[in-house]
Design a protein around this ligand. Structure first.
Ligand code: NHR
Ligand code: GAR
Length: 223
């Protein structure tokens, strides 16, 4: 069979910023590790580095600036229309910074992933690294989860744990966490592409087994 006949998962990636997680996915495709095709990268912010990364990789890019819309609902409807034109099997939020309406999350239920920089259910929302330091946590980390209407509340798929070290500030801790992000996000996307991962009754299931509430926890590697 020709490689062009092999069915690869069509993925649309949503970004708002630097796109280092997008880059990890692009690199995974280039190395042959990830059986997906990134069919489009969409940013709600113009001029961000993630758009240049996509262009460099020959991936079509689009900017849909939320500031041009009267309401969240209007923005989300246009975003849905734009995404669906690419007929994706998976939507990946990679540093996407707009809260999505229940209408949007329902439409992509079970086929939309997010990476959140904390050990969910701890520290939902923003400024997670500073909040982990302020709370005196000795460990911190990152979670990939299915996106539901509940902000950062969908079922967890995989988590990586890192230590909080003496002398850490939010920037140092974020860097340590991000090295793990670039490992676990391609891993979760690969599982989904291989058909090993699905959302069932509000839970994440891997290889036919329901995952615990924190997802599949892996030790940080290549720190
Ligand atoms: N939408 C839903 N419905 N559910 C989730 O789980 C979502 C989501 C949208 C984004 C990513 C999330 C994160 O990983 C995400 C998960 C943005 C905010 C936020 O407060 C919060 C969480 C996340 C992303 N955004 C502000 C807003 O008013 C804008 C902040 C800004 O532009 O800098 O949308 O942390
Ligand atoms: C990542 O650390 C991601 O976990 C976080 O933003 C960064 C995006 O980096 N996501 C959120 O905070 C979502 N609210 P990237 O653009 O370089 O992938």
């Amino acid at each position: 069979m020709l490689t062009s006949d092999v069915k690869t998962l069509r993925v649309v990636v949503l970004i708002s910023g630097s796109g280092s997680n997008l880059q990890a996915l692009i690199d995974g495709v280039a190395s042959g590790e990830l059986p997906i095709e990134i069919t489009a990268v969409i940013s709600n912010r113009p001029g961000v580095l993630g758009l240049s990364r996509a262009e460099e990789a020959g991936i079509p890019t689009l900017v849909l600036d939320h500031k041009g819309f009267a309401s969240r609902a209007d923005f989300d409807r246009e975003l849905m229309r734009t995404i669906d034109a690419y007929n994706p099997g998976l939507i990946v939020l990679a540093g996407f910074m707009r809260i999505l309406t229940p209408e949007f999350t329902r439409h992509y239920q079970g086929r939309m992933l997010n990476i959140h920089p904390s050990l969910l259910p701890k520290f939902q929302g923003l400024h997670t690294h500073q909040r982990a330091i302020d709370a005196g946590e000795i460990t911190h980390g990152v979670t990939v989860h299915f996106v539901t209407a509940e902000l950062d509340g969908g079922p967890a798929i995989v988590q990586a744990v890192v230590p909080v070290l003496a002398g850490d500030d939010a920037g140092l801790l974020a860097k340590r966490v991000q090295r793990q992000e670039h490992i676990i996000y391609p891993l979760a996307v690969k599982w989904f592409a291989q058909g090993k991962l699905r959302m069932l009754d509000g839970r994440a299931e891997l290889n036919g087994e329901l995952l615990p509430a924190c997802g599949y926890q892996i030790e940080a590697n290549q720190p």
